[in-house]
Design a protein around this ligand. Structure first.
Ligand SMILES: [Zn+2]
Ligand SMILES: [Zn+2]
Length: 255
């Protein structure tokens, strides 16, 4: 199990597409887009798991977003380069807002614009980095990037991941200490130590199970894509994944 970081760092370089599906109706690009963008919404940088702990696929929480809206550029409807992976909130917030507004401000494109150069996380909210950056402000407004629900989800993961990692380690340490103590006592005291050790192990199992809500890719989500490039996450995300169960000293649920 590879875990998401407490907070997904914004990409410091544009998220250049790696997948090249054969031209088809855009709905067929779904799995390519998920792998291409590491199961994250390219706008708010929340993960599918932040919305749906059991895996996002099939729950309609993430959608294909056309950069040039279908209603404005029908010819680009099935162009892979015009498709992005977005959470329902960002998708719905923008709707068919134009790529450029009347004042010449343009929506930033995660495929050509580095998000970390234009936005930053402030108190778990995604905010425009530099005052007066019109394109970033227009993008921020269009996708409602400061939506309180997005901030709440970001804070939730940032709080849970370190707490659960500490909990797994502590309960495993408790189990080991209790089993060691059981060797030096006899009778009722020994049985009590063993029971307490079993409880500590169960608590470690529970904490590990909760941590799996923050796995970067669940088996149920690892759907192959049409261009056969699935399985690899983008470098921007891959370098942020840490702490699998083995690194925590947990060998898997005891029963
Ligand atoms: Zn693909
Ligand atoms: Zn989003």
């Amino acid at each position: 199990m590879r875990l998401l970081p407490a907070l997904t760092a914004l990409p410091t370089a544009p998220l250049a597409p790696r997948h090249q599906p054969r031209a088809a109706a855009y709905a067929h690009y779904r799995q390519c887009l998920r792998w291409d963008f590491g199961f994250h919404c390219v706008f708010c940088l929340l993960h599918e798991r932040d919305f749906m702990p059991t895996g996002g696929e099939g729950f309609a929480v993430f959608w294909i977003k056309h950069r040039e809206p279908q209603s404005r550029q029908a010819a680009l409807k099935n162009a892979y380069d015009n498709c992005l992976w977005a959470c329902r909130l960002c998708n719905h917030a923008r709707g068919a807002t134009a790529v450029k507004d009347g004042a010449g401000r343009r929506l930033l494109d995660p495929r050509t614009d580095a998000w970390a150069a234009r936005f930053e996380i402030q108190g778990h909210s995604l905010e425009v980095k530099a005052a007066g950056d019109g394109d970033a402000e227009y993008t921020h407004l269009a996708y409602d990037l400061a939506d309180a629900r997005k901030t709440t989800m970001r804070r939730r993961r940032a709080t849970r991941v370190p707490l659960l990692i500490r909990a797994v380690r502590q309960h495993l340490a408790d189990e080991a200490a209790l089993l060691e103590r059981a060797k030096s006592v006899r009778g009722v005291k020994q049985r009590a130590c063993v029971l307490e050790a079993e409880n500590a192990r169960r608590l470690a199992d529970f904490a590990l199970s909760d941590l799996q809500d923050c796995a970067a890719v669940l088996p149920a989500d690892a759907v192959p894509c049409s261009c056969r490039r699935h399985g690899a996450l983008p470098a921007w995300l891959d370098t942020q994944l840490r702490d699998d169960a083995a690194a925590l000293g947990h060998t898997g649920p005891s029963a």
